[in-house]
Design a protein around this ligand. Structure first.
Ligand code: PHE
Length: 336
């Protein structure tokens, strides 16, 4: 009998429970009328008289211990429950500091904003391209220097595969699968094999535009670009188109805007000319249209392309191109 009491005492001391149901199950197992401790009380009758006093005391203590243990488990469970209630679920969380948009993204979005008001929509294409999309379809003759490894990154052992040098390749892709009217803006990263310095990088970002429809004229191009320049750089901005050459446009031009630093009088920023160059443009060469299965006798179009870094420099005067890709938080933080 004493042994049994000792054994049960040990068990009682180590009891644990995860829920009120478990506590109740323990109470029934040990303390109910048919419970293990009550059974011991029944057995108590058989204990010899000289042992009764001692065993009786042990038995009473066991019952009290068991009752205390059950009570203890109940309060512990109640406490955890009320602790959960103490968490204020309506409290606003600690705020996560907001990052800032990259200056190139800010400027790209602004360019998109302006041209979307003229009906342009975005079109994207792959950065790893083939010769035909980047050069061939765009009227580059086979011996054109852009095809040289000095200027273009080719994939080793695959002379036909290269990193696009301009997003005009996306224009080809759209013309190949869409009938005019086409009015798209192609943003994206482009690659050129240049030594990295404050003024040049082996990759940069462009936005190119293409508009093809019946009766599109050079005047339409000029009007769209004038609208863009005034929206982007201010109402007083003037533009100037200089004749230029691109294989995929004829006629071609480069566009300058009046230098807003000196108001056109001439300063070190505009190299005393009063003008700064911002983009290339022209009427899409009929050969390009034909290469993409568009009838050049029915349709005409204009195209333009600009470097986002250049436009960003004009807006924010970033002196070193490398800042755009260094991810220095002190630089990026300034573009709130
Ligand atoms: N693709 C030219 C470049 O990368 C820019 C351009 C686009 C010029 C469209 C004219 C027309 O320099």
């Amino acid at each position: 009998m004493k042994e049994k009491i000792k054994h049960l005492t040990e068990i009682i001391n180590t009891l644990s429970a995860k829920s009120n149901d478990e506590v109740e199950a323990l109470r029934i197992k040990y303390l109910s009328k048919k419970g293990e401790i009550s059974e011991l009380f029944n057995e108590f009758r058989t204990v010899s008289n000289d042992q009764k006093r001692e065993v009786g005391q042990l038995l009473n203590k066991l019952r009290d211990d068991a009752q205390n243990k059950i009570n203890e488990l109940k309060t512990a469970l109640a406490e955890t429950a009320s602790n959960i209630e103490k968490i204020d679920l309506t409290r606003t969380p600690d705020t996560i500091p907001f990052g800032t948009r990259h200056p190139l993204s800010l400027v790209k979005n602004e360019i998109f904003d302006i041209f979307s008001r003229l009906g342009f929509v975005a079109a994207e294409g792959p950065e790893i391209e083939d010769d035909w999309h980047v050069f061939g379809s765009l009227n580059f003759p086979p011996e054109h220097p852009a095809r040289d490894m000095q200027d273009t990154f080719f994939i080793e052992r695959h002379p036909d595969i290269l990193l696009r040098t301009h997003t005009s390749s996306v224009q080809t892709r759209v013309m190949m699968k869409q009938k005019p009217p086409i009015r798209i803006l192609c943003p994206g990263r482009v690659y050129r094999n240049e030594a990295i310095s404050a003024r040049a990088h082996c990759f940069f970002h462009q936005v190119e535009g293409l508009y093809i429809d019946k009766n599109v004229s050079f005047a339409d191009l000029k009007q769209a670009l004038l609208y863009f320049a005034k929206e982007m750089f201010g109402e007083n901005t003037e533009i100037r188109l200089r004749p230029s050459y691109f294989p995929f446009t004829e006629p071609s031009a480069e566009m300058d805007i009046s230098c807003d630093l000196c108001g056109g009088k001439g300063c070190s920023f505009c190299k005393n000319t009063g003008w700064v160059e911002i983009l290339g443009c022209g009427m899409v060469d009929p050969n390009v249209l034909e290469n993409c299965n568009i009838d050049s006798k029915v349709y005409s179009g204009y195209a333009f392309g600009m470097g986002i870094e250049r436009i960003t420099n004009l807006k924010y005067r970033v002196k070193d191109l490398r800042m755009f890709s260094e991810n220095d938080i002190r630089f990026l933080n300034q573009f709130q």
